[in-house]
Design a binder for this molecule. Structure first.
Ligand code: MN3
Length: 311
């Protein structure tokens, strides 16, 4: 079972609305190598795991749990990039996001008008050309070595594609989230490569894939300087044997050391999105709003004694 803390795993940096950047990020959410796939692939590998290779199962499971927060982070980032774009009248991104003659005219120029027709200026479970996310992306053969090989391929391709997306936009909101995910893909690539190294694989000089120094991107450099590409939390309230694998020399053999974190990332506060009347969202009339306020006064609220996710 799983518990939830109402915080985001990383900060969403403010910048102007940018529907085109939002659409690029859809590939990282609902694309073949996006966050929805990593989450579901590691979960199905965990659910179907047989035998007693517990440290390997715990490693795949722990990374899968982290991926839930990545899905949340990139989806929320997409929504922030779309939010308010129909009324945006700024200069830098004024085409096509400038306020038009009709409330949602921006959708006519958007790369995916579904962001405005089917959604309320929010993220969707689709890729950058609008293909719905598919369960057929998930690879979970039940053969541990094959599954780990696919996971290295998945994280490496995710990192490759996010680096390409980084180079497609200057938007600070988009770049901050992409950078965070580039660095975490890097950590996960090393985690699965290390698991295969434990099983006898010699990676030589091929890692990381793609083999280049991502710290040429300033936002990525800051995170790598903090060692975020070499750490992994287990996301478990009971116990995890992940640290039996995620430790010692990184499989890059450049002197880097892997370390399992006992404490989860601190996270950042979650902020509510504003209402968008032009999208009829949430669409509460004064009468309905009065009923919402009544519900807010009811007893039954639960407030945790824990004020943060520190345990
Ligand atoms: Mn991820």
């Amino acid at each position: 079972m799983y518990f939830h803390v109402q915080r985001l795993i990383n900060d969403i940096v403010p910048d102007e609305p940018d529907p085109q950047a939002a659409n690029l990020l859809q590939e990282g959410l609902g694309g073949q190598f996006g966050e929805m796939r990593t989450m579901m692939q590691y979960f199905f590998q965990t659910f179907n795991a047989r035998g007693n290779a517990k440290p390997f199962k715990d490693l795949i499971h722990g990374i899968g749990i982290e991926e839930i927060s990545h899905v949340e982070l990139i989806a929320t980032t997409i929504t922030h990039l779309l939010d308010g774009s129909p009324r945006y009248k700024g200069g830098k991104f004024d085409a096509p996001a400038a306020g038009g003659s009709t409330p949602l005219e921006v959708a006519r120029e958007a790369q995916n008008p579904h962001h405005f027709i089917a959604s309320n200026q929010g993220a969707m479970p689709v890729d950058a050309v609008g293909n719905p996310w598919s369960g057929s992306y998930v690879y979970a053969s039940g053969n541990l070595v094959l599954d780990l090989l696919y996971n290295v391929m998945l994280e490496s391709t995710g990192r490759l594609q996010k680096c390409r997306i980084y180079e497609m936009t200057e938007n600070k909101t988009a770049r901050a989230t992409i950078s965070y995910l580039i660095v975490r893909d890097h950590a996960h690539e090393l985690a699965f490569a290390k698991a295969l190294e434990v099983l006898g694989v010699n990676w030589g000089k091929v890692l990381p894939i793609p083999n280049f120094d991502a710290s040429q991107y300033p936002e990525v450099k800051k995170l790598m300087d903090d060692g975020l590409h070499l750490r992994q939390h287990h996301w478990r309230l009971d116990s995890s044997e992940m640290g039996k694998i995620f430790q010692g020399e990184a499989p890059t053999h450049n002197g880097d050391q892997l370390k399992m974190d006992d404490a989860p990332p601190e996270g950042v506060p979650f902020t509510d999105l504003p209402e968008r009347p032009e999208s009829y969202s949430p669409g509460l009339t004064p009468e309905l709003m009065a009923l919402v306020e009544e519900a807010g006064k009811m007893s039954g609220a639960f407030k945790s004694a824990q004020t943060t996710n520190k345990r």
